[in-house]
Unconditional design. Structure first.
Length: 381
């Protein structure tokens, strides 16, 4: 391990913890220090390879905090276990980069960071929606190049979304939060696809529709759609909030892009490979009124050829969760997962993890994905 690219914090700590990227805030450091941890933090900005992580784990490592850009597979968990590793936490709510089954076979609990990304990520989806609909990227580049010489009636005309139809693929916490923002803020009618109905979301929109009717305004509607293709044909805006697995890889492909309206808007803040990026490039090249907003990419950080040249696509570098509150909260939860397992604490049994962000955090691990498989006890169970 190159000593120049690693920072050691609390060098006298008993539990050696490897952290593959510098994390924001100070609270996560205090949590691990209180758990008697020696933290070895990578200060490099490039994505660590499996060999580099393996070298960092070395012969003795009690736990690790890794990133969604790293592949934590069976060989890596085997190395962590051999080094005495007792816990791993993913600095993300998603975990498609982690082989949970392998970690379970080696007896290693895997943590993640749910509950602090919901509104932040939903807000980014909203921002991308309107940036694409109102052509903000194009207009800003036009302005910065000094091309604006005066107001014109037809300059950068975009799409009005008020009262249009919103399609959500994946109505979990983030998808539902985005839907509420768009429906309540812009009176959009909702159609959504999910393997499970979201009764809470449907009840919310039903109540909002009743309020609008009471105010003498047209009510909004909400409908769960059985087939994705039907949603794609009906929606003016399609926003993707699904997990990435073998069933959702290239969920949006050339044939499904062809089903969308000519001037539809496609938003992705979930995972890049959910969209066939090459097919999206081809579609946007031949459909200039079609627009997209992307926070994630299929071969991240690389982009498919031609994507960067498209004026009708808004692209940002995977920053949907990039607010100080959220990123510091993710660091806090990651550290709390490690500290709890290393100290023999039980697992938090509730979906609401906000108590861990308070000054009186529970003595528990906020979120362990394979707790049941490993037979870990739950708090007050």
């Amino acid at each position: 391990m190159d000593d120049l690219s690693w920072q050691i914090i609390n060098p006298d700590g008993k539990n050696r913890v490897v952290v593959t990227k510098e994390l924001p805030g100070q609270r996560w450091l205090k949590i691990l220090k209180a758990a008697d941890c020696r933290m070895e933090v990578s200060t490099t900005t490039h994505v660590l390879t499996a060999d580099e992580i393996h070298a960092a784990v070395g012969n003795r490592c009690d736990g690790a905090i890794g990133q969604l850009t790293e592949v934590w597979d069976a060989p890596l968990f085997k190395a962590l276990k051999k080094a005495g590793g007792r816990v791993y936490s993913n600095y993300a709510v998603g975990f498609n980069n982690v082989d949970i089954d392998a970690a379970t076979r080696y007896g290693i609990p895997v943590g993640n960071t749910p509950g602090v990304l919901t509104e932040t990520t939903a807000e980014m989806a909203v921002a991308l929606t309107f940036a694409a609909a109102r052509r903000l990227g194009e207009a800003e580049r036009f302005q910065r190049r000094g091309q604006y010489t005066g107001w014109l009636p037809s300059l950068f005309m975009g799409e009005l979304l008020f009262g249009k139809t919103l399609g959500i693929i994946g109505a979990g916490r983030i998808g539902a939060a985005y839907a509420r923002m768009m429906v309540a803020g812009h009176h959009m009618n909702l159609v959504y696809f999910d393997i499970q109905p979201n009764q809470e979301l449907e009840d919310y929109i039903r109540a909002y529709a009743a309020f609008l009717k009471q105010q003498g305004q047209p009510p909004v509607t909400c409908q769960r759609i059985d087939q994705i293709d039907d949603l794609l044909e009906r929606a003016d805006v399609i926003s993707i909030h699904t997990v990435l697995d073998e069933t959702t890889h290239h969920l949006i492909n050339a044939s499904r892009l062809a089903r969308m309206q000519e001037n539809a808007i496609l938003i992705n803040t979930s995972r890049g490979p959910v969209i066939d990026e090459a097919a999206l490039v081809a579609h946007c090249q031949t459909h200039p009124n079609f627009r997209a907003g992307l926070d994630v990419f299929e071969d991240e950080p690389a982009m498919k050829p031609g994507l960067v040249d498209l004026e009708n696509v808004v692209i940002v570098p995977h920053i949907a969760s990039a607010t100080s509150w959220t990123r510091q909260g993710m660091a806090t939860l990651s550290a709390a997962n490690l500290a709890a397992i290393l100290q023999g604490y039980p697992v938090w049994p509730n979906a609401d993890i906000t108590p861990f962000l308070s000054n009186n955090a529970p003595m528990a691990a906020p979120s362990i994905l394979n707790a049941e498989e490993l037979g870990l006890p739950y708090l007050n169970a």
